[in-house]
Ligand binder design. Structure first.
Ligand code: HEM
Length: 434
């Protein structure tokens, strides 16, 4: 049972709004705005957001804070025990389908599991789990994933001047892989499709503040439907039933867009490895052994997600009045888990701002420690195995071709920055294997 929450003063509410919620929204929740991420890095906005919540925690002993926001009240969690309490009790009484999430995701995937009510979730969730092989460390499409990584990164590497990788180079290969893996080989060069998806995601960033463009959304879903109808068996789309009753295109849209943060986190992992050559050597040896499951590389990837979480805000909503400590929390109250605050908690981790792969020795979803890059409980990301698996293969591609060095941005490994703008990363590769 959680401790009582406290009601934030107006000054505290304004601080959380301006330093935590505002900058997170400005950075872009559904698709990163380059200017938002650039400003966050330049002005250390993520570190400031973490410091703001740390001050609240010290002032009020770790109790959750109720903010009286204009649209509706929100409870901000500050204790990992509360994170565990809420995430384990989804979707009832803490719904995953919050009003904010519905407002954003209705722009692009109105039928998606993330914004479905409990009975509909019960129907959809197993379909995602089956397609993405949630329980398996190595996805059944492993051989295909390996072939795609080799072919597409290899193709870009062949044309790279000076063997220096920037986000443009990395993402060109990454999105070819994603389109082929999710939709099938026919989608490989359909960059116009990714541009359309990004356009709709850009609208979704504005949630309630922008009218839905239904024609654009229907065009996106129609194109996904056409790809699915012709998808080759080695694609994820072929693993989702083609039954209009489950709105398959809305389900697949989430996969396509979620592979974007997966790519960012993979590229950031390469930056981390370039900064830590001894850790890179261990991951290189693991890749050389050639097994599908690569626990050490996976932990490196999880460190990238701990240091720079790609889902900074996990939201829930009380479906009914609930007792929180000794007090009533009203139905409809929003709940915010701001993951960077927990992931970078110096009170819990001596190495909060350094790379330490040991943090992940006991699993990839550790809500009682506040480590939830893939969420936890019944709403746990169904790709929490597929994503680190694919990332490990990509990382292995780079490591097996030589040493990596970080051209930019400059980072102190003893004090890693609160934001790492993935577009600013440049990695040089020397073609001498260790
Ligand atoms: C770095 C990569 C990723 C991260 C960090 C991540 C993280 C998350 C998180 C935190 C949630 C839960 C959100 C919540 O509780 O409100 C979630 C849900 C989900 N993710 Fe991922 N995800 C990633 C990539 C992917 C990919 C590539 C796919 C599909 C191929 C995927 C499919 C889903 C789906 C379908 C849900 C909704 C699950 C549900 O509501 O039951 N994710 N993800």
């Amino acid at each position: 049972m959680p401790q009582d929450f406290f009601k934030a003063s107006l000054a505290e509410t304004l601080q959380v709004l301006s330093r935590v919620i505002g900058p997170t929204f400005a950075k872009g929740v559904i698709i990163r705005r380059p200017s938002g991420e650039h400003s966050a890095a330049r002005f250390s906005l993520d570190s400031r957001a973490i410091a703001t919540l740390q001050r609240l925690r010290y002032a009020h002993g770790g109790r959750a804070v109720l903010l009286n926001l204009p649209v509706r009240p929100h409870l901000v969690l500050l204790d990992p025990a509360d994170v565990d309490h809420v995430l384990q009790r989804s979707p009832d009484p803490f719904a995953t389908a919050t009003r904010e999430k519905r407002a954003a995701l209705n722009h692009l995937e109105p039928g998606n599991v993330l914004i479905s009510d409990a009975p509909r979730r019960a129907q959809l969730r197993p379909l995602h789990e089956a397609a993405l092989a949630t329980a398996e460390r190595v996805h059944p499409l492993a051989a295909r994933c390996t072939a795609l990584i080799e072919a597409e990164f290899g193709a870009v590497a062949g044309h790279l001047p000076g063997n220096e990788w920037g986000w443009e180079d990395f993402s060109t290969a990454w999105f070819r892989i994603v389109r082929r893996l999710v939709l099938g080989d026919a989608a490989r060069d359909d960059e116009a499709f990714t541009a359309l998806l990004d356009r709709v995601r850009g609208r979704a960033n504005w949630a309630y503040f922008l009218r839905q463009n239904r024609a654009l959304r229907e065009e996106l879903l129609r194109r996904i439907g056409t790809y699915q109808a012709n998808a080759d068996p080695g694609s994820l789309a072929a693993r989702m039933p083609r039954d209009e009753a489950i709105e398959p295109a809305s389900q697949i849209t989430q996969w396509l867009f979620a592979f974007d943060p997966a790519g960012m986190a993979t590229f950031r992992t390469l930056a981390l490895l370039a900064l830590h050559p001894h850790i890179a050597s261990q991951a290189r040896a693991e890749a050389a052994a050639g097994h599908g499951d690569r626990p050490f590389t996976r932990r490196c990837f999880l460190e990238s997600l701990r240091l720079w979480p790609t889902t900074p805000a996990i939201l829930r909503e009380a479906t009914t009045d609930v007792t929180w400590g000794g007090t009533r929390l009203a139905k409809g109250t929003g709940i915010l888990i701001f993951t960077p605050f927990f992931h970078r908690d110096p009170a819990r981790f001596a190495d909060a701002d350094r790379m330490n792969t040991d943090i992940w020795l006991s699993g990839d979803s550790l809500p009682l420690q506040g480590l939830v890059p893939f969420s936890a409980g019944p709403g746990l990301c169904p790709a929490h195995n597929l994503v680190p698996f694919l990332a490990s293969l990509a990382i292995g591609f780079f490591l097996s071709r030589g040493q990596l060095s970080l051209v930019g941005p400059r980072m102190d490994p003893e004090r890693l920055p609160g934001t790492l703008d993935h577009r600013a990363i440049r990695i040089a590769q020397t073609h001498t294997t260790a």
